[in-house]
Design a binder for this molecule. Structure first.
Ligand code: TRP
Length: 373
C-alpha cells in the first residue's frame, strides 16, 4: 500500500506517474544544476522546459555538451509514429528539439516509423499510416525546424538506408533480452520484436553520414528510453558511439491521471482543434484543483499542482513571472478555477492559431524536408 499505481512503456502510459521512481528504475540521471549551468554557459539561454524540469533526466547529455564545447558536431534525432492526429503533448519534445537545433546548429533526423504502428495496431493498414504520416509531417514542419538541417523520413521509404544497420543491431539482440526489456512474449508477432532495431538506426546514421564517429542526442518523452537503452547496449559492440538522451515528462491528460492520449476521448487537445473546441474541452473536462464552493475556495485556496489547466500553463506560458503570480493567486484563493481556465484557453488558443497558420504553410514545403531511398 501507499505505492502510486502507474505504468510507463513505449506502448502504454497510465496512472499517477512517479518520475523520481522512473528515473531510478530506468537507470537514467537527473538533469542537475551543474548540467543546466553548462547549457546556459554554452547557449546563453535556458529554455523554460529546462528551468521547470519538464525535461528532467538524461543519459550522456554532459558528453554532448563537451563535444559541442570542443566545436565537434553532434546530431539530433527524434520521431513520431503515425497512427492518428497530433496533440499538444506530442509537440513538447519537438518544440524543445527545435530550440536545441537553433542553439547548437545541429542537424536533425526525424524518424516516422510507419511500420511501428502497422505492426503494433490491429486495424491499421499501410494506407492509414501513410495518410497519418503526411498529416503529422505538417505539424512537425510547423514547429519551425531549419529546412537545411532537417531530414524527415518514413521508415518504409528510407529502409534502404537503414536495413544493414538494423541487421547489425538485430544480430546483437536476443529474444530473451527483448522479452525482458519490452515485456513482449511468444504471442507477439516477429515484426514487433524486430521494430526496436529500426528505431535504433537513426542514432547511428550521424556516424554513417559524416563517415566518422559522431554523437547523437535524442530528445523524447521518457517512455521511449527503453528503446535507447537497447541502442546504447549494442552501440559499442557494433562500433558506434552511444546515443545520448534528454527525457521529458508527459503533458497530462485533460482529465485526471496519465498522459494526454489520442486514444481516450476528451483527454486530448489536437493541433487542428478550433478555438471553440479548445474552450469547450478545457472548460468542461480539465481536471480542477479548485474547491467545491466559491466560499471554500476563497478560504482554503486551490491546489495548482493538481490542476490540469495550471499544469498546461507551465508547458505553454513562457513568462515565468506571470506564471508565478497565477500560482500564488490560485493557491491563496484569490483566483477561481473559472478564471484560471479562461487564461489557459487564451494561452492555448494563441499558441494554436500560430501553429495552424504555420501548418497551413507547411503544405508546400513537405518535400524540402523529406529524404527517400
Ligand atoms: N516510437 C515512437 C512513437 O511511438 C516514435 C519514434 C521513433 C521516436 N523514433 C523516435 C520517438 C525517436 C522519439 C525519439 O511515437
Amino acid at each position: 500500500m501507499g505505492f502510486r499505481d502507474f505504468t510507463v512503456t513505449p506502448w502504454d502510459v497510465k496512472g499517477d506517474i512517479d518520475y523520481e521512481k522512473l528515473t531510478k528504475d530506468f537507470g537514467v540521471k537527473h538533469l542537475d544544476d551543474k548540467t543546466l549551468q553548462n547549457v546556459q554557459k554554452q547557449t546563453g539561454d535556458l529554455h523554460y522546459f529546462l528551468k521547470r524540469k519538464i525535461f528532467f533526466s538524461h543519459m550522456y547529455f554532459d558528453e554532448i555538451l563537451d563535444e559541442a564545447k570542443k566545436g565537434n558536431k553532434f546530431y539530433l534525432y527524434t520521431g513520431r509514429a503515425p497512427s492518428g492526429p497530433v496533440h499538444l503533448g506530442h509537440l513538447i519534445p519537438w518544440i524543445f528539439t527545435k530550440w536545441l537545433q537553433d542553439k547548437f546548429g545541429a542537424t536533425l533526423l526525424f524518424q516516422i516509423p510507419d511500420e511501428e504502428k502497422f505492426l503494433f495496431k490491429d486495424n491499421l493498414t499501410f494506407n492509414d499510416t501513410n495518410r497519418w504520416a503526411y498529416e503529422n509531417i505538417l505539424d512537425i514542419i510547423a514547429v519551425g525546424f531549419d529546412q537545411k538541417k532537417t531530414k524527415i523520413f518514413l521508415d518504409t521509404e528510407y529502409a534502404g538506408h537503414m536495413y544493414k544497420t538494423a541487421c547489425m543491431v538485430a544480430k546483437k539482440t536476443t529474444m530473451s533480452k527483448l522479452k525482458s526489456l519490452f515485456g513482449l512474449n511468444d504471442s507477439n508477432n516477429v515484426g514487433e520484436f524486430f521494430y526496436t532495431c529500426m528505431q535504433s538506426v537513426p542514432a547511428f546514421l550521424p556516424t554513417i553520414m559524416e563517415d566518422k564517429p559522431t554523437r547523437c542526442l535524442i530528445p523524447c518523452a521518457i517512455d521511449q528510453d527503453v528503446h535507447f537503452r537497447l541502442t546504447r547496449d549494442v552501440a559499442t559492440q557494433i562500433g558506434f558511439p552511444k546515443p545520448a538522451t534528454i527525457l521529458s515528462r508527459f503533458l497530462p491528460s485533460l482529465t485526471e491521471g496519465g498522459k494526454m492520449s489520442s486514444s481516450i476521448e476528451n483527454t486530448a487537445i489536437f493541433t487542428t482543434d478550433d478555438e471553440k473546441v479548445v474552450k469547450n474541452k478545457i472548460m468542461k473536462y480539465a481536471f480542477s484543483g479548485g474547491r467545491e464552493s466559491v466560499e471554500d475556495h476563497r478560504q482554503k485556496g486551490g491546489v495548482p499542482e493538481a490542476d490540469v489547466s495550471y499544469q498546461y500553463l507551465t508547458y505553454f506560458m513562457e513568462d515565468s513571472n506571470k506564471l508565478k503570480k497565477i500560482y500564488e493567486d490560485y493557491k491563496s484563493g484569490k483566483m477561481l478555477t473559472g478564471e484560471l481556465k479562461q487564461i489557459t484557453v487564451e494561452v492555448i488558443n494563441k499558441f494554436l492559431s500560430d501553429h495552424q497558420e504555420k501548418r497551413e504553410k507547411a503544405k508546400n514545403k513537405i518535400e524540402d524536408f523529406m529524404v527517400h531511398d
